[in-house]
Ligand binder design. Structure first.
Ligand SMILES: [Zn+2]
Length: 79
């Protein structure tokens, strides 16, 4: 199954999970190979990637230090 290729529909369905690293290693390889050969899916991937970075940046800037400190303390207590 590891050499199985995926089509554009599958690729675009999975690209979000791929970015979140929530896909299996085999699927990840298939998506990487598909993106290298398909400009359209590569565009979808880049758009999704940009969006993720914007979300991540806006989350960081909107999270007060107090909240981050509380989360860190909580994690430390768990450890
Ligand atoms: Zn494609």
């Amino acid at each position: 199954m590891s050499d199985e290729t995926i089509d554009c529909t599958d690729c675009q369905d999975q690209v979000h999970d791929y970015l979140q690293r929530e896909v299996s290693e085999d699927l990840s390889k298939s998506i990487t190979a598909h993106l290298a050969n398909c400009d359209h899916c590569d565009d979808v991937y880049k758009t999704e990637d940009d969006l993720n970075q914007i979300i991540r940046t806006s989350c960081e800037t909107q999270t007060p230090e107090e909240v981050i400190a509380r989360i860190r303390k909580h994690i430390a207590e768990l450890g």
